[in-house]
Design a binder for this molecule. Structure first.
Ligand code: PYR
Length: 359
């Protein structure tokens, strides 16, 4: 149909529509795949990817759709960084400290023993230099990162036998998530970096002696209480582990400005939503666990002291041999010192007082 016949056939509304160039050049439909490192059964940690994908779809009016895939579905749980780097998938959701074997600096974007808590990690990311430094580091892997969830301080895991002193950790085959194992090794533990979906079987079969995952809500779902009665606290190796959305840089660069903004907002929404879910659901799960026979125990003081000393020694060693670690850790540790000084007067004092009240 030529321009004259459009005018003739469509009247004034048609003329305006035909003549008006769209103000924004809308991007065609986008379809992505997200590979998660987590099992589908966990609506908290795996759920964050679904929350993110749902928000992206809603905000884009259905034009940007992301299918989410549990660990092992399209890529092994710990294969997600390679998959994003090589462009086999557009994006992934994972815990960066799993990838400490590539470079220990990954852990600084997630959690290190005696590191930042959840609030502090989010502050370092968005207001400090955290996001900037981690993104600079991730350019080596062709990817860009977005904070997408935090579990808050975790529990210290499930044990068949009581841990009365650091001696009871000698030779203990213990499942932990990646980097913290480097500190645990120094105090006698034999760390096992096993994906979330495979821990129960390893613990039940006795391939490992003990295991930690996250906290009461997830741990109850995974069934660890059925095979190990002692539940220790705190998870000194993850006071506020952050999960990340990793996006292949080329896939990200190809997005319109609108879709980039949608990704940023949806990831930030999922970030807050995950912490809220854990904080709201853990208390009831802990009560149920204790009610059904789980024995809660604090780690002995000598375990905490030995672990702290081992962590400091490891960080000094890494400063000497890993330039990426050195650069990021310098900023991270300064932020931690300043933040803990401030929190000492406010959060810590307030929380400490409240914990002593009989509410
Ligand atoms: C872990 O793998 O242990 C987590 O906390 C996600």
């Amino acid at each position: 149909m030529d321009r004259r016949s459009i005018i003739k056939n469509a009247g004034i509304a048609g003329v305006l529509a035909a003549g008006a160039a769209p103000a924004v050049h809308a991007q065609a439909a986008v379809r992505w795949r997200l590979a998660s490192s987590f099992p589908k059964a966990l609506d908290t940690i795996y759920g964050a990817a679904e929350v993110f994908a749902k928000k992206v779809k809603e905000m884009s009016g259905g034009k940007f759709e992301i299918s989410t895939h549990a660990g092992g579905e399209i890529t092994p749980p710990f294969g997600v960084v390679d998959a994003v780097k090589d462009g086999a998938v557009e994006c992934a959701h994972t815990a960066p400290y799993y990838f400490f074997g590539k470079n220990e600096a990954f852990a600084l974007g997630c959690a290190i023993p005696f590191g930042l808590n959840s609030r502090q990690m989010t502050a370092w990311m968005y207001e400090g230099n955290g996001l900037k430094l981690m993104r600079e580091f991730y350019t080596k892997y062709n990817m860009i990162s977005f904070p997408m969830g935090n579990t808050g301080a975790q529990m210290g895991g499930w044990y068949r036998k009581e841990i009365k002193s650091v001696k009871d950790l000698q030779g203990l085959k213990f499942r932990t998530g990646g980097f913290p194992g480097k500190v645990m090794e120094k105090i006698g533990v034999v760390p096992q970096n096993i994906p979330g979906g495979e821990i129960y079987t390893a613990l039940e079969k006795g391939t490992i002696d003990a295991a930690e995952w996250v906290g009461p809500y997830d741990d109850q779902k995974l069934g660890f209480n059925k095979v190990a009665p002692y539940y220790y606290y705190p998870g000194w190796w993850e006071g506020g582990p952050q999960l990340d959305l990793y996006i292949n840089q080329k896939a990200y660069d190809a997005l319109s400005a609108e879709n980039k903004a949608i990704v940023e907002c949806a990831a930030a929404y999922a970030h807050t939503d995950m912490q809220a879910k854990y904080d709201a659901r853990n208390p009831a799960a802990l009560k149920q666990l204790v009610g059904s026979g789980t024995k809660l125990r604090p780690f002995p003081n000598d375990v905490m002291a030995a672990a702290f000393k081992a962590a400091e020694a490891l960080y000094a060693e890494l400063n000497d041999k890993n330039e990426d670690w050195k650069k990021i850790y310098a900023d991270y540790s300064k932020f931690r010192a300043d933040s803990n000084l401030w929190f000492r007067f406010t959060e810590a004092k307030f929380d400490g007082f409240m914990q002593n009240q009989k509410l």
